[in-house]
Design a protein around this ligand. Structure first.
Ligand SMILES: Nc1nc2c(c(=O)[nH]1)N[C@H]1C(S)=C(S)[C@@H](COP(=O)(O)OP(=O)(O)OC[C@H]3O[C@@H](n4cnc5c(=O)[nH]c(N)nc54)[C@H](O)[C@@H]3O)O[C@H]1N2
Ligand SMILES: Nc1nc2c(c(=O)[nH]1)N[C@H]1C(S)=C(S)[C@@H](COP(=O)(O)OP(=O)(O)OC[C@H]3O[C@@H](n4cnc5c(=O)[nH]c(N)nc54)[C@H](O)[C@@H]3O)O[C@H]1N2
Ligand code: SF4
Ligand SMILES: [Mo]
Length: 759
């Protein structure tokens, strides 16, 4: 399939799932995994004795599981992992690295599973096989030749299990650095930062049960139909229980409009449950204005009818800072808020009425549409402000719900994958292992890239992920990686990061979630923490894709032994042989993991403690804190547009499963840009013509060429393109205040018709 052909464009869908979702799952699984292995994998997915879905972090039901606890995109993730094709030594002798760079990300994923370790030495045109032993010695030699441990950069992607993540950060800190950037730096970092300041914990406060009890659920900056599909079942149940759903999104996303449950007869007949009762097509980055408008509306209603809106008893007992917040809301004019959000006063009133219904059992959910903006932390704290005003937190049916991305990204943080872990954690590691962890903060993703660029000769190690394609400014990040003395990727599938190596490049292939993991003490399982703080076991059962694969924990412990040698007193071998020993150590270091090994074996796992759920606030002041950020919004020059980058329905981040975006009516195309029809007319751009896109940032320009322009129902002045194709446009140093997350949802662009732009 050529990706440079014009896409097939049809009308966007008005509902998600239904029979088409079932057909699509089966098609992907059978084509890639084969019917026997594919079915075996699907029947173990999200079961009590099975493995955790490697895709998103949406939770499983606590008490009751059906035989098919998965969605279309969970099935696609399995199809990609259980792919029957193999990347072996023949593959790398057939294709040079230069040839592989010419292929698309979609093609890379289709080549199947990495089957043995590979090395590329000193600009060799090809990768070659290497034994595990030699690979570990080579990496150890390079790491030990660095002039300081801080020249090592150790990235993690959120699929790593708790056990792998804990061992990895232990190795890295024992080696002597806190350089532990992770995908979270590009993802929910802004949520963690905001929630920690507002409510004392960087995690959400609700469970699935709360969804069933809620009266109002706001989905803002999130596209669950594609990215958290089983969330639609929870929303459907909520609607059946009389909840109202409100969507706030510049695009009308099918999954927020309606849901035809593919496991119910009505759903298979394509009869949908309507979801959003109100849909606010906010301007990109207009959320802070919209949320502040709600605060303004609440204060003004309270003033005319005291006691009608604000939960004064809650505020007196539990919060600080309301006066300053009220002042901010009162100071700013309605005109400014409405213009900046592109939402009307009547829409704000309607939403306020909805939120004030009944007992104000209100849940707000959000994802990347809020976190990847310059004002992200302020915006998320503004959501917390509204919940605090109504006392809608820490009681049944009410609370805050950042919906996480990767299946264990929240767990990886709990395990210490963070460049700035607090003293309490580092001190506990020191005491448990008799080591001295470094205390200086390490690099996050953005500062790691800048540092690799500025100082050649560093070492870059990645536990999963696709750093190059996930990061901003693809060209700059490519050069950063190529300046390293060594780049190492622990991975299941080939991706573009593997094709831009340092002087030495290694690929270390590992077991996937679905596969049987046998170590000296017998079969092993791992654990993951989902978006709602539930820790549960995950045990694969399929035959590994190749006998040469090692588990992530095995690879990390061997790497630690080879690198640290007698310098380390930690019993790496016993961790490798028996993961219960890793869990014993975690129990000693991380709060909330008492009796870990027993509780991990219980059906459905266990909940981690969460103070904010109990209205105990671990902020400096011991109270929940209203924020009162100065109002600030992203503005672009006259004639320019704001570009947001998002996911299609056929991808998991940088892994491209297919070339369609079914719900948005796009077939066979990824290099496309969605535009407001009037903006297209103003620029004389006919539908489905090729345009070049230039981004503008502090006098710098970045450019991509030949994207098809597609008219779409979205606010004027805004545009949308797919990640990672649009990443060359994203400036590395345009980041969110406080969290330093790249502003992937707000990039200033201009458009030009491409040469030979006819389609
Ligand atoms: N199938 C599948 N599942 C996934 C992933 C995947 O790639 N594929 N990725 C996983 C990961 S790591 C993550 S983090 C999550 C991501 O899950 P999402 O955050 O849902 O993913 P995005 O596609 O980035 O979509 C963001 C949504 O925000 C909207 N948006 C953009 N800008 C704004 C804005 O300024 N304001 C508002 N209100 N909305 C805005 C977009 O229109 C879009 O609907 O999904 C996880 N699950
Ligand atoms: N422009 C733009 N950029 C973005 C975003 C955006 O919305 N817009 N979103 C950002 C977000 S939210 C995120 S989370 C990041 C994602 O950044 P990453 O987490 O770095 O990227 P992924 O695409 O999830 O990583 C996919 C790779 O992980 C490897 N892998 C898969 N399974 C396993 C496994 O079990 N073990 C190991 N060791 N490896 C495995 C495979 O080799 C696969 O190619 O991207 C960010 N980048
Ligand atoms: S909702 Fe997420 S975790 Fe659940 S089956 Fe679908 S992709 Fe997997
Ligand atoms: Mo993410």
């Amino acid at each position: 399939m050529a990706e440079d052909q014009p896409p097939r464009v049809s009308s966007p869908k008005q509902k998600a799932a239904g029979a088409a979702a079932v057909a699509s799952s089966l098609n992907h699984v059978i084509r890639s995994a084969g019917i026997t292995e594919g079915t075996k994998a699907l029947l173990r997915l999200n079961q009590y004795n099975g493995f955790d879905c490697p895709s998103c972090a949406w939770p499983d039901p606590d008490d009751h599981r059906t035989r098919t606890e998965f969605c279309e995109n969970g099935a696609k993730a399995i199809a990609s992992e259980v792919n029957q094709r193999r990347i072996d030594r023949d593959f790398f002798s057939r294709y040079s690295i230069a040839e592989l760079r010419q292929q698309t990300d979609y093609w890379h994923d289709q080549q199947g599973r990495l089957a043995e370790p590979f090395v590329r030495l000193e600009n060799s045109p090809n990768y070659h096989p290497i034994s595990w032993e030699e690979a570990f010695l080579l990496i150890a030699r390079e790491l030990n030749s660095l002039s300081s441990p801080d020249e090592g950069i150790f990235y993690t992607s959120g699929r790593a299990s708790n056990e792998a993540a804990f061992l990895y950060q232990l190795f890295v800190r024992n080696f002597g650095t806190n350089n532990l950037p992770d995908c979270s730096n590009m993802c929910h970092e802004s949520s963690g930062t905001a929630l920690k300041e507002s409510i004392g914990i960087g995690k959400g406060t609700v469970t699935l049960e709360d969804f069933y009890q809620a009266e109002t659920i706001i989905c803002i900056g999130q596209n669950p139909g594609t990215n958290h599909p089983r969330m639609l079942s929870a929303l459907e149940t909520a609607v059946e229980n009389d909840a109202r759903i409100v969507a706030i999104n510049p695009l009308r996303e099918a999954g927020l409009l309606g849901f035809a449950h593919p496991q119910k007869l009505t759903g298979m007949l394509n009869r949908a449950t309507p979801l959003a009762s109100q849909y606010l097509q906010v301007k990109v980055n207009g959320d802070l204005a919209l949320l502040r408008a709600l605060g303004k509306e609440f204060f003004s209603r309270e003033q005319s009818r005291p006691g009608s809106v604000i939960d004064q008893a809650f505020i007196d007992q539990h919060t600080l800072g309301i006066n300053e917040y009220r002042r901010r809301c009162e100071q700013i004019s309605w005109a400014e808020l409405l213009e900046n959000s592109a939402v009307s006063r009547a829409e704000i009133r309607q939403l306020a009425d909805t939120m004030l219904r009944g007992e104000r059992r209100l849940i707000t959910c959000w994802a990347m549409g809020l976190t990847q903006h310059r004002n992200a932390v302020a915006t998320i704290r503004e959501i917390a402000n509204l919940h605090l005003l109504l006392g809608a937190i820490g009681r049944p049916g009410a609370g805050l719900c950042p919906v996480r991305g990767h299946s264990n990204v929240q767990g990886d943080r709990t395990m210490g994958i963070f460049e700035r872990m607090p003293e309490s954690f580092l001190g506990a590691l020191d005491r448990q292992f008799g080591i001295t962890c470094p205390r200086d903060h390490g690099h996050d993703t953005v500062s790691a890239i800048l540092s690799m660029h500025e100082k050649p000769g560093q070492a870059f190690i990645a536990l999963g992920g696709n750093f190059l394609q996930a990061a901003p400014d693809t060209d700059f990040t490519t050069r950063a990686l190529e300046r390293c003395r060594i780049t190492v990727h622990i991975a299941t599938k080939l991706n573009r990061s593997h094709l831009h190596t340092g002087r030495i490049g290694l690929i270390l292939p590992c077991l996937g979630r679905s596969e049987h993991d046998e170590q000296a003490a017998g079969p092993q399982f791992v654990t993951c923490e989902n978006s709602m703080g539930v820790v549960q076991r995950s045990q694969g059962s399929l035959e590994p894709a190749s006998p040469k694969l090692l588990s992530e924990t095995h690879i990390i412990s061997r790497l630690a032994e080879a690198t640290l040698g007698t310098r380390s007193k930690i019993g790496w071998e016993s961790f490798r042989d028996d993961y219960d020993r890793i869990r014993d150590a975690i129990e000693q270091v991380v709060p909330g993991f008492q009796d870990y090994n027993r509780r991990a074996r219980e059906e459905g796992g266990f909940y981690l403690p969460n103070g904010a759920k109990e209205r105990v606030w671990a902020t400096g002041e011991g109270k929940a804190v209203f924020s009162s950020a100065r109002f600030e919004q992203f503005e672009v020059a006259e004639g320019h547009l704001i570009l947001q980058t998002l996911r299609s329905h056929d991808q998991f981040n940088t892994t491209i499963y297919g070339l369609n975006d079914r719900y948005r009516g796009i077939g066979l195309g990824r290099r496309i840009i969605f535009l407001n029809p009037d903006d297209m007319k103003d620029r004389a751009i006919p539908p489905v013509t090729l345009v070049d896109i230039t981004s503008h940032w502090k006098g710098e320009q970045r450019r991509v060429e030949r994207f098809y322009a597609i008219p779409y129902d979205m606010p004027p002045g805004t545009a949308a393109a797919y990640f990672p194709e649009a990443n060359p446009l994203i400036p590395l140093t345009s980041t969110a205040l406080q969290s330093n997350t790249p502003t992937s949802k707000a990039v200033e662009i201009s458009l030009q018709l491409s040469n030979n732009s006819g389609s």
